[in-house]
Write a protein that binds this ligand. Structure first.
Ligand code: 13P
Length: 267
């Protein structure tokens, strides 16, 4: 895709992302039905809304053909750190690009934990994704122990170190997803979200002048009812939605909340 939509110089919100992460849910027919429902609900994604969905790898092709020519972007849940070759079970960034994928998640806490992906692997994945002209959605966040120990900022700083040599700022989004909030129904309070998002924006700017254009999304038990609180925070530039993205009605309500929100500046 072209460059991702920018924030303006004063970091006012000129766009708001809603990305659905379908994880490993649903069989083929369920995902096809969901894609058609989303297409009907969000056939128009007027500015400032930018919508994407990330189906499982094996469903990318079919969901991509349903969403083709729509305003909904196709996202993948991960890409290999390798360019090509004898890597059984993996899928290269080039293969994803062939399917029309435009955004790829990197470092989701479920991948960090389950697949034991470390920073060098994540850095290589980001490189492969950028080489193919796709955008990276870098996921980060603290676990419950770190949260309770008041170590959120140091965990985030360590995870952001991965961007030290990053140059392709216009192809990057960051998603702050507190691990303890994912799939638990526990939502971080607005003060915490505002403080951490503000910190991430500042760190991105410190890492590179262009870092200030990087959208920072919130993820973790996002439901339609939470949207007014999130939309009221100018440092939140979008949401990464798990469970609620599996229900077209809820996903549609989340998108509608963005379109209806009076304080979002139209791009
Ligand atoms: P839930 O919205 O189900 O908490 O999942 C969040 C998430 O992990 C999105 O990537």
């Amino acid at each position: 895709m072209g460059k991702i939509p920018r924030l303006d110089g004063e970091r006012k919100l000129t766009g708001f992302w809603v990305i659905g992460n379908w994880k490993m849910h649903g069989r083929l027919q369920v995902c096809k039905d969901l894609a058609y429902q989303m297409l009907a609900m969000t056939s128009q994604c007027p500015d400032p809304l930018h919508v994407a969905v990330a189906p499982a790898l094996v469903h990318l092709d079919v969901v991509g053909s349903i969403l083709k020519n729509s305003a909904i972007l196709l996202a993948a849940q991960q890409a290999s750190a390798h360019v090509d070759g004898a890597f059984t079970g993996q899928c290269s960034a080039a293969m994803l690009a062939d399917l029309g994928v435009q955004l790829v998640l990197v470092g989701h806490s479920e991948c960090r934990a389950d697949l034991e992906q470390k920073d060098d692997v994540l850095r290589a994945q980001m490189q492969r994704i950028a080489e193919q002209g796709m955008s990276v959605v870098l996921c980060l966040g603290e676990d419950l122990a770190a949260h309770e120990a008041g170590q959120t900022v140091s965990v985030i700083d360590r995870q952001l170190d991965i961007l030290r040599d990053w140059v392709d700022w216009s192809r990057l989004l960051v998603a702050y997803e507190p691990v303890w909030s994912i799939g638990t129904g526990k939502v971080a309070n607005p003060e915490h979200i505002a403080a951490i998002h503000g910190h991430i924006h500042q760190r991105l700017q410190d890492l590179g002048d262009a870092g200030q254009v990087v959208p920072v999304l919130y993820g973790g038990s996002v439901k339609p009812a939470l949207m007014p609180q999130l939309l009221a925070l100018s440092s939140v530039n979008g949401v990464l939605v798990g469970g609620a993205s599996l229900d077209a009605d809820q996903f549609g309500q989340i998108c509608k909340a963005v379109v209806d929100w009076p304080h979002v500046e139209r791009a």
